[in-house]
Design a protein around this ligand. Structure first.
Ligand code: APR
Length: 236
């Protein structure tokens, strides 16, 4: 913790790269931990149910799973989200790059957030491009349709879909400009997201994760623990 505080004190351009483990302390299960979403029993794997093809071939089932598991609108930002927003406000953090789609970083006050896998908070009609909120999708029954009759699709990057180019470019630029990169709450198993860390050229690569990751050996500092608890101890 002392070393982490020293790194934060001397850093001027921190970038945070996070995953589902950043939201578990807000009550949202991650994917690959013991109690993760991908460990629960399903007839069809969640990776299939969250794929581009399944969205179009089994739209009814997609939205049942999606409303059931991917719309935790009750969740509040935890200490990790709040500390990152504080670091940005104090001019020490350039950006948050997240694989999460829950919008909790913005809800905590973060302004510069790159959502590599999109967000549940924007849903677009495939016909007329009108956008709808997550609350509107949650309130609709069955397959959500636009007033124009078009099918509404969540702006979430499904398996088999490409990441948004502007988001990718912004995230890579931020990571390449960082003097400190803090990677947290991610198993670093899903590409291309996990590959973004390789663009880091700064001084301190910090990993905060409950379980070991493939990146541990390359980091300057590794803290195995809860990212919310750990970041809450940082003085900005
Ligand atoms: N503090 C620190 N680490 C945590 C915490 C916590 N409170 N809770 C969980 N973790 C760690 C786990 O040990 C695990 O290594 O976070 C990691 C979560 O890994 P995953 O469940 O694989 O989530 P993530 O890495 O974000 O998955 C990447 O996979 O399914 C796709 O698109 C989905 O964005 C997701 C991507």
């Amino acid at each position: 913790m002392k070393t982490l505080q020293e790194i934060v004190d001397k850093s001027r351009r921190i970038v945070f790269f996070g995953g589902a483990g950043v939201s578990t302390e807000s009550g949202i299960p991650d994917f690959r931990s013991e109690d993760g979403l991908y460990r629960q029993k399903y007839t069809v794997s969640p990776e299939t149910m969250l794929s581009h093809d399944w969205f179009f071939s089994h739209t009814e089932e997609f939205f049942k799973f999606y409303r059931d598991k991917m719309l935790p609108l009750w969740a509040e930002p935890n200490a990790a989200h709040k500390k990152l927003a504080e670091l940005e406000k104090k001019g020490k953090l350039l950006a948050v790059v997240t694989q999460n789609i829950d919008g909790l970083h913005q809800k905590a006050g973060s302004k510069n957030v790159y959502e590599l896998h999109g967000t549940v908070h924007k849903n677009t009609c495939l016909k007329c491009k009108k956008t709808y909120s997550a609350e509107q999708i949650a309130a609709m029954k069955g397959v959500p349709h636009c007033a124009c009759g078009g099918l509404i699709k969540p702006d979430v990057v499904l398996y088999g879909e490409a990441l948004d180019e502007d988001t990718v470019e912004g995230a890579v630029r931020a990571i390449a400009a960082a003097d400190t990169l803090i990677v947290a709450g991610t198993s670093l198993t899903v590409y291309p997201a996990a590959g973004f860390v390789s663009f880091f050229r700064g001084n301190d690569l910090v990993l905060i994760n409950r379980d070991p990751t493939p990146l541990d050996s390359q980091c300057d500092l590794v803290l195995h623990g809860k990212v919310g608890e750990i970041l809450s101890e940082i003085k900005v």
